[in-house]
Design a protein around this ligand. Sequence first.
Ligand SMILES: NC(=O)c1ccc[n+]([C@@H]2O[C@H](COP(=O)([O-])OP(=O)(O)OC[C@H]3O[C@@H](n4cnc5c(N)ncnc54)[C@H](OP(=O)(O)O)[C@@H]3O)[C@@H](O)[C@H]2O)c1
Length: 348
Amino acid sequence: MILRIAMIGFGNVGQEFARLLLAKRDWLLRTKGLDAEVLAIATKTKGSLISKRALDLDKCLRLIKEDGSLSAYGPETTTLSPKQIIGECDADLMIELSPLNIKTGQPAIDHIKAALESGMDVITANKGPIAFAYSDLIRLARSKGVHFRFEGTVMDGTPVFNLVEKTLPGCEILGLSGILNSTSNFVLAEMASGKSMEDAIKIAQKRGFAEADPSLDIEGWDAAAKITALANVMMDARANPKLVDRQGIGGVSQLDIEKAARQRKKVKLIASAVRTGDCVKLSVKPEIIGTDDPFWSVDGTSSALTIKTDLMGDITIVERDHLVTQTAYAVFSDLLLVLESIRSGTIR
Ligand SMILES: NC(=O)c1ccc[n+]([C@@H]2O[C@H](COP(=O)([O-])OP(=O)(O)OC[C@H]3O[C@@H](n4cnc5c(N)ncnc54)[C@H](OP(=O)(O)O)[C@@H]3O)[C@@H](O)[C@H]2O)c1
């Protein structure tokens, strides 16, 4: 079977996914009988490509590395917009990997709508569309009989959505709580070892996991988008990140952390979703936790999520020190689930 792919976004995750496809090409053919071909790639400033035949991913990766652009690829180079590319290419599946827009989730939502409308399956690692438009997008996917998967949006390749969907059938999700922003978690741990917040942020930037503008992390916006995405999917919250009662770690002082440490406690940025009647209340705020808390040993750039269920009690899953390979793997694992579903004739 040939699965033809359009990629919108070819940055860190897109390029790592391309490397993963190349590394797993023989395995995919041998064990799954699948030939995954990329027919189109769109970027914002580094050129875009559209083709009737499989693009040479090795060449794309080499051009990006050496020229910083896909423009010298050949006649496949195009000036079409991402939406035009989605409309004109013959792909079966679109992978959306453009950056998060925390204010609206756009233009990723429009890219996904366009792909679903034209009958493509969609995979994304961009949490914006799940945080702002999940119910519309999943309804559209179902009405078109296509797949919409997004495992990489919250904890990279660590299974959270698939964990619930595939292994907890029949369980009701009563609540969620998690350490979902690794930069804040790292900064709090560094502050506990005596560093100032400014110095801790600089270390995080130097190590490459905090943005030049770390406010999305420090002000709790990233965690707010993630808890919204989780609650929209697992608890039908129909929320967006602006509705989250949000307080980042900006107001946490060295004194607060020292005081907690003297009582053998830690300050952690906790994102939660709690059902109250027909509503789901979402919050992100610094909380003090003790040694008996499952998040006690979740330090550094690790993340964790506790899923509260009616039949299985609390389940906690921890991701240790994420790498971009894990996000690329989330996209790859979603692709395998789409393949399995196509073959078994079922739709999510
Ligand atoms: N990096 C991670 O480890 C990680 C983990 C979990 C989730 N994610 C999510 O995965 C997505 C991709 O992350 P990333 O690290 O690969 O980001 P990135 O390195 O910034 O790459 C983003 C890509 O999207 C392109 N792009 C920007 N605006 C676009 C637009 N309007 N239309 C089409 N393409 C556009 C960029 O083109 P230019 O290069 O020309 O600007 C670039 O190719 C993001 O939503 C991110 O939140 C990332």
